[in-house]
Design a binder for this molecule. Structure first.
Ligand SMILES: Cc1ncc(COP(=O)(O)O)c(C=O)c1O
Length: 390
C-alpha cells in the first residue's frame, strides 16, 4: 500500500517514552521531563503582541514564496550587527522552520542516489529529508575524543564519487558541541575542493554559552556556504513554524521555484510577528533566557557528574547533555525505559540520534524548570542506588 521509503523511517523511541510520561501524569504522578527539544519558556511578549497586531491588520494572506521583504532585510541586517557579515537580503530565504529549509536544500542539491554526509549521532530528521528525494544519507561517526565533531581529515577520506555535500550542525543536536573556527574553515575547504556543498545548521547558534562565541555565524568564516537557522530555539517560537536560510545568490531562483511549489509561502502571521523578535525589548528576553540555559547546563552537568555519570564533552551550546551511561551495564534504551517506568524521569536514548555508540548514550534536554532539574537529579541518584550501579 505505502511506499518502500516508509520502511526506512524509524519511529522516535522518545515518542513511546512521552506516551508513558503522559500516562503517568494522567495517573497523578509528577514526571520530570528531560526529553523535550524545545524551550519551556513561552514566546517573548513583544513577538506575541506583534502576532496579535498582524492578525488585527488582516495579514492573513499568502506572502511571497521567499518571505516578506521586511523580514529578509531584517535578518540580513542581523548578520551585519551580530556577526559583522554583510549579507544581501536576496540571499535570505524565509522557510517553514529549519525543517522547511532542510527539505528545500535536499531537493535543490541531490539527484537520486547522490549522498549527503552527516554526523552520527545527529539530528534524526536529516536523513529523512535526504531519503525523501531518493538521496543517500552518508554517516560520519563522531565520538567524544573529537568533541563529537567531524574532523576535516575524516570528511576528506569519507568523500566518495556520489557525495554531493555535507551537512553539519553547530552547536549540534544531540551533543551540544560547537565546531571551532579553524576546523570549520578546514571542513569548508574540503567540501569546496571536492566540488560539493557545505551546509551548516545553525539553529542553536544563538544558544552558545561561551562569551563571546568564537564566531557568530559560519558565514563569517566563508560567505559562500548554505546556512540554516530558525526562530524555534533561541527565539522561542517552535510552534510558529518559521525559519530561514542564507544561500548563495546563484541558486536563489531555483530555491524560489522549489519554495513556490512545495510551500507557496511561509506563515504570514509568523513572519510579521518575527519582525519583533529582533527589537531590543525581545532581544533582551532572548539573552536573559540564554543565560538561564547556561545556569541550567551547569546545574544539570554538576548534578549528574556528582552521581558518577560521565559527560565526556561539556557542551558549549544548544540545551542538551549527551551522557555516557555505559558503566551502568544497561543499554541506553533499557536505562531510559526503567527511568521513566520506575522513577518518572524522561530521558531520550541515543538510538534516536543514529547508530554509532547509541547504546552508550542518553540525551538530557535542560528545557525544564530548575526545580525539576534538581528533582530529576535526586530521582536518578535514587535509581542508581537502588539498581546498585551508582
Ligand atoms: C538540529 C536541528 N535542526 C533542525 C530542527 C528543526 O527545527 P524547526 O523546524 O523547528 O526550525 C531541529 C529541531 O529540533 C534541530 O534540532
Amino acid at each position: 500500500m505505502t511506499a518502500e521509503r516508509l520502511n526506512e523511517i524509524a519511529p522516535f523511541r522518545v515518542m513511546q517514552l512521552m506516551e508513558r510520561a503522559r500516562s503517568f501524569e494522567l495517573d497523578g504522578y509528577r514526571v520530570v521531563h528531560f526529553e523535550v527539544g524545545e524551550p519551556d519558556f513561552p514566546t517573548a511578549a513583544p513577538i506575541v503582541a506583534a502576532g496579535h497586531q498582524a492578525l488585527a491588520e488582516g495579514r492573513t494572506k499568502y506572502t511571497l514564496a521567499l518571505g516578506i521583504p521586511e523580514l529578509r532585510a531584517r535578518i540580513a541586517a542581523y548578520y551585519g550587527e551580530a556577526a559583522g557579515v554583510l549579507i544581501a537580503p536576496e540571499r535570505v530565504v524565509i522557510t517553514s522552520g529549519a525543517s522547511g529549509g532542510l527539505l528545500l536544500l535536499t531537493a535543490l542539491l541531490l539527484n537520486p542516489g547522490e549522498e549527503l554526509l552527516m554526523p552520527d549521532p545527529g539530528y534524526p530528521c536529516n536523513e529523512v529529508f535526504v531519503g525523501i528525494v531518493n538521496g543517500i544519507p552518508g554517516r560520519l561517526n563522531v565520538d567524544a575524543e573529537q568533541g563529537f565533531q567531524v574532523t576535516p581529515d575524516v570528511l576528506d577520506r569519507r568523500w566518495g564519487p556520489a557525495t554531493r555535500g555535507v551537512l553539519l550542525g553547530s552547536p549540534a543536536n544531540p551533543t551540544g558541541s560547537v565546531i571551532g573556527k579553524v576546523a570549520l574553515a578546514e571542513l569548508i575547504e574540503v567540501a569546496h575542493r571536492r566540488g560539493g556543498a557545505f551546509l551548516l545548521d545553525e539553529i542553536y547558534q544563538g544558544l552558545i554559552y561561551h562569551d563571546p562565541p568564537e564566531y557568530r555565524s559560519g558565514l563569517a568564516v566563508d560567505p559562500d556556504i548554505f546556512v540554516l537557522n530558525s526562530f524555534s530555539k533561541y527565539f522561542g517560537m517552535t510552534g510558529w513554524r518559521l525559519g530561514w536560510m542564507v544561500i548563495p545568490e546563484a541558486v536563489s531562483d531555483d530555491v524560489a521555484r522549489l519554495a513556490q511549489n512545495l510551500f507557496i509561502s511561509p506563515s504570514s502571521i509568523a513572519q510579521y510577528a518575527a519582525l519583533a523578535a529582533f527589537e531590543p525589548a525581545a532581544m533582551e528576553i532572548h539573552e536573559e533566557r540564554r543565560q538561564h540555559f547556561a545556569r541550567r547546563r551547569d546545574l544539570l552537568a554538576q548534578g549528574l557528574s556528582a552521581l558518577g555519570l560521565k559527560i565526556p564533552v561539556i557542551p558549549e551550546g544548544a540545551f542538551y547533555l549527551y551522557v555516557d551511561i555505559s558503566h551502568t551495564g544497561m543499554a541506553s534504551e533499557q536505562f531510559c525505559s526503567r527511568l521513566i517506568d520506575e522513577y518518572q524521569v524522561a530521558v531520550t536514548p541515543g538510538i534516536d540520534f543514529g547508530h554509532y555508540q547509541a547504546d552508550r548514550y542518553v540525551r538530557f534536554a535542560y528545557t525544564t524548570a530548575d526545580e525539576d532539574i534538581s528533582l530529576g537529579i535526586e530521582r536518578i541518584g535514587q535509581a542508581l542506588g537502588d539498581w546498585g550501579v551508582g
